[in-house]
Design a protein around this ligand. Structure first.
Ligand code: WT7
Length: 656
C-alpha cells in the first residue's frame, strides 16, 4: 500500500457515478448543473462570487468593489463590513437553530459536551470580553495553543468577534516551534491549556508555553489565558497567567461583534516551505468567510439535518476552515473529537459515528490506511448506516485505500469527496460535488466553480492530457491567502514567480505536480519542492535539517522523504558528524528526540543514517535526488556526472 505512481493511476479506469437517489436531493444535482455553474463563474467570476456573497452571508455594510486585483495582491469585497463570528453565531439565533447543536465534543477519557448555537454564542462573548479585559484590541494578534477541546473553537471565534487575529499553533509542536511563531506574529496574548489528552497520555501544553516565554523569548506576549483541562499541576506566573474559569466569572456575556472590514486580518497560520522559517499565511475576513461557507456547502452537500465530523486538528487549516468557520457559518452541527485510534481503543472512530449518527465524515488517507491495518472487523461491528458522504484530504489517496473506504465504511453508497487544497488556498479547490461528479479512485476530479486551475509547464503552457506538469491557479479566488505575514516579497517569490507571468497572466504555483486526464480530471502527484508530507502534515526539509545541525554532534544534515505504508511519507535523515563523535544507535535515538524537541513529534526522523560525506555537486549543492533513491533502497536514477566526489555514493550505498 503506497502512494499512487503514474503507472498505477494511469491504469485506474473505475468510475463511480452518484446514485440517482443521492443526486436528486443534492444542492448540485448533475454534471450538467456543475458545468453550467462552472461556465457562469468562468465567464464572470466577480458576478458569481458577488451573488453568493449576497445570498450566503450577512453584511453590516455592502462592498463597493468585488475584486481589486493588483497581482499578486487581491482584495475581495472591498469596503464591505461584516464579522465572521456574527455569521457563525448571531445570525442563527433568530431562527430555530438557536437551540440546535452547533458543536458536539467527544473528549477523552470519556468526557463529552454539546453546545447549542445559543450556548456557543454565550461562551464566545464571555471569552471575547475576557480578552478585552486583558488588553487585547482590534488588530492585535493572539496565539492559540490548545488541544482539541471546545475552547479552541471558542477562542478563535472570540478573537474574530473583537477583531483580533488569531495565530493557532498545533498542540503537537514544541516550545521552540511555538516561540518562533509567537515572535513572528508579535502575539500579545497566548491562550493555552494546562494539558491535553493524546491517545492514552496527558500531553503538557502550559509548560511548553512557559519555556517559549522564558528569558523574554517572545517579548510581545503580555498575558497567558489558561484553560483547565487535564488537572495537571502547572506553574502560574503572577500578573501574566490567568485561569479562564476565574476571569470568565467576572465578565458580562454581552459583547457586540466588531464591524470588520472585509480585508481585515482574520488569522495567520504558519506552514512549511522549501526554504527559511515557516511562512505566516495570511487570511482575511470576507473572502475567507464566503469561500469556506460555499465550498463546504456544495462539496459536502451540507444540510441542516447533517451531523458533520472532520477529524483534523483545529491547529491546522482543515480545522480552521472545516471544523470551525465553514460548518458554523452554515449553521451546521460540527463534531470535534479529542481522541485518536490507538491499540487500547482501535474502534473509537466508529463508536463516535454510531454514537452521534454522523452523516458526513472527513478524514485523511493516512488515517484510512491505519484503519485498514487495524482491521475491518472494527467498523463492521458498528452501525455506520447514518453515513451519507465520505471525504478525504491531505495527500494523494492510493486507489486501494479509496476502495476500502468506499466498500467498508461507505457500504458502496456514500460518494467519496477527495478534496485538494492547501493552507494557502483557504478552502477546497479541486473536489467532486457529490451529487454531480462521477469519481475515480485517486483523483480529486474537477475544480470548484470559480476556480481556474490548470496543469502547465515551466513556461506556463498547458501540457497535453495525461502529461505531468505543475498545478497552477490562473485567477484569484476569495479564499486565497493575501500575503506572507510581514513579507510580501516572499509571497510574490514563493507563489507567483516560479512560473513567470506572461501577457498579464499570473500563475499561482501550488508546489504540487499533477496531470489532467482525457476527461479533464486532475490527478495530484505530490510535492515538486523540498516539502515532505508526513501523515498529511507539511514539513520543510530545511526545518528538519536546521534542527539536526543545532545538535552539537552534527556537522551537516540532509533530509529527504521516503514512502511509509501508513504515513504516506516519513523523514529519512543523512548526517555527518563532528569529529570525536561516532554514529551509533544511541546517538541516532538522541538525534530523533532532539528533532522532536525542536519541532515536534511529527518531524521525528524514521531513520538517521550516518555518513562520512554527503553527495554534492561541484558547486556544493546537496544532491537530494540521489539521497531519495538511497533512502528508499532504489537504484540511483538519472545523471550523476555533476557529483563532486563519486566515491561518496559507493560508501553511502554500503549503508551504515
Ligand atoms: C498540500 C497542502 C489542505 C488541508 C491539509 C493539508 C497535499 C492536500 C490533497 C489531496 C493530494 C493533497 C498537497 C498540498 N494535499 N490535499 N486531496 N490530494 N494531495 O494542508 O498542510 O497546507 O498541505 O497537501 O501536496 O500542496 P497543507
Amino acid at each position: 500500500m503506497s502512494q499512487p505512481t503514474i503507472e498505477s493511476i494511469l491504469e485506474e479506469k473505475r468510475l463511480f457515478a452518484p446514485s440517482q437517489e443521492f443526486a436528486q436531493q443534492a444542492h448540485i444535482k448533475s454534471q450538467q448543473e456543475y458545468q453550467d455553474l462552472y461556465e457562469t463563474a468562468r465567464a464572470n467570476p466577480e458576478q458569481f462570487w458577488a451573488n453568493l456573497a449576497e445570498q450566503e452571508l450577512d453584511w453590516f455594510e455592502k462592498w463597493d468593489q468585488v475584486l481589486d486585483w493588483n497581482p499578486p495582491f487581491a482584495k475581495w469585497f472591498v469596503g464591505g463590513k461584516l464579522n465572521i463570528s456574527y455569521n457563525c453565531l448571531d445570525r442563527h439565533l433568530t431562527s430555530w437553530r438557536k437551540n440546535k447543536a452547533a458543536l458536539i465534543w467527544e473528549g477523552e477519557p470519556g468526557d463529552s459536551r454539546t453546545y447549542t448555537y445559543a450556548q456557543l454564542h454565550r461562551e464566545v462573548c464571555l471569552m471575547a470580553n475576557v480578552l478585552k479585559q486583558l488588553g487585547v484590541e482590534k488588530g492585535d494578534r493572539v496565539g492559540i495553543y490548545l488541544p482539541m477541546i471546545p475552547e479552541a473553537a471558542i477562542a478563535m471565534l472570540a478573537c474574530a468577534r473583537i477583531g483580533a487575529a488569531h495565530s493557532a499553533v498545533f498542540g503537537g509542536f514544541s516550545a521552540e516551534a511555538l516561540k518562533t511563531r509567537l515572535v513572528d506574529a508579535e502575539a500579545k496574548l497566548v491562550i493555552t491549556a494546562d494539558g491535553g489528552f493524546r491517545k492514552d497520555k496527558v500531553v503538557s501544553l502550559k509548560p511548553e508555553v512557559d519555556k517559549a516565554l522564558a528569558d523574554n523569548g517572545a517579548p510581545t506576549v503580555e498575558n497567558v489565558l489558561v484553560v483547565q483541562r487535564s488537572e495537571e499541576k502547572v506553574h502560574m506566573e503572577p500578573g501574566r497567567d490567568h485561569w479562564w474559569h476565574d476571569l470568565k466569572a467576572g465578565v458580562s456575556a454581552d459583547c457586540p461583534p466588531e464591524p470588520m472590514d472585509s480585508e481585515d486580518l482574520l488569522f495567520i497560520l504558519y506552514t512549511s516551505g522549501t526554504t527559511g522559517k515557516p511562512k505566516g499565511v495570511v487570511h482575511t475576513t470576507g473572502g475567507y468567510n464566503l469561500y469556506t461557507h460555499v465550498t463546504l456547502k456544495w462539496a459536502f452537500d451540507l444540510k441542516d439535518t447533517d451531523v458533520y465530523w472532520c477529524t483534523a486538528d483545529v491547529g491546522w487549516i482543515t480545522g480552521h476552515s472545516y471544523i470551525v468557520y465553514g460548518p458554523l457559518s452554515n449553521g451546521a452541527t460540527t463534531v470535534m473529537y479529542e481522541g485518536a485510534p490507538r491499540p487500547s481503543n482501535p474502534g473509537c472512530i466508529w463508536d463516535v459515528i454510531e454514537k452521534y449518527g454522523v452523516t458526513i465524515f472527513y478524514t485523511a488517507p493516512t488515517a484510512i490506511r491505519s484503519f485498514i491495518k487495524m482491521g475491518e472487523h472494527h467498523p463492521n461491528a458498528r452501525d455506520l448506516s447514518s453515513l451519507r458522504i465520505l471525504g478525504t484530504v491531505g495527500e494523494p489517496i492510493n486507489p486501494e485505500a479509496w476502495m476500502w473506504y468506499h466498500r467498508i465504511i461507505g457500504q458502496e453508497k456514500c460518494p467519496i469527496v477527495d478534496t485538494w487544497w492547501q493552507t494557502e488556498t483557504g478552502g477546497f479547490m479541486i473536489t467532486p460535488l457529490p451529487g454531480a461528479t462521477s469519481t475515480k479512485p485517486g483523483s480529486a476530479t474537477l475544480p470548484f466553480p470559480g476556480i481556474m486551475a490548470d496543469v502547465v509547464d515551466l513556461d506556463g503552457n498547458p501540457v497535453q492530457p495525461n502529461e505531468g506538469g505543475y498545478l497552477v491557479v490562473t485567477y484569484p479566488w476569495p479564499g486565497m491567502m493575501r500575503t506572507v505575514y510581514g513579507d510580501p516579497v516572499r509571497f510574490r517569490r514563493t507563489y507567483w514567480e516560479h512560473i513567470a507571468p506572461k501577457d498579464g497572466q499570473y500563475f499561482y504555483f501550488a508546489g504540487d505536480g499533477a496531470r489532467k486526464d482525457e476527461d479533464g480530471y486532475f490527478w495530484i502527484m505530490g510535492r515538486v519542492d523540498d516539502v515532505i508530507n508526513v501523515a498529511g502534515h507539511r514539513l520543510g526539509t530545511m526545518e528538519v535539517e536546521s534542527a539536526l545541525v543545532s545538535h552539537p554532534a552534527v556537522a551537516e544534515a540532509a533530509v529527504v522523504g521516503r514512502q511509509n505504508e501508513v504515513k504516506g511519507e516519513e523523514v529519512c535523515a543523512f548526517v555527518t558528524l563532528e569529529k570525536d563523535y561516532e554514529g551509533h544507535e544511541e546517538l541516532s535515538n538522541e538525534l530523533k528526540q532532539h528533532v522532536a524537541n525542536e519541532i515536534g513529534a511529527i518531524a521525528c526522523p524514521g531513520e538517521v543514517r550516518f555518513t562520512d560525506a554527503l553527495p554534492k555537486t561541484r558547486s556544493g549543492k546537496i544532491m537530494r535526488r540521489l539521497l531519495r533513491n538511497l533512502a528508499s533502497g532504489e537504484e540511483i536514477a538519472g545523471d550523476t556526472s555533476t557529483l563532486e566526489d563519486r566515491s561518496v555514493l559507493d560508501k553511502l550505498r554500503g549503508g551504515s
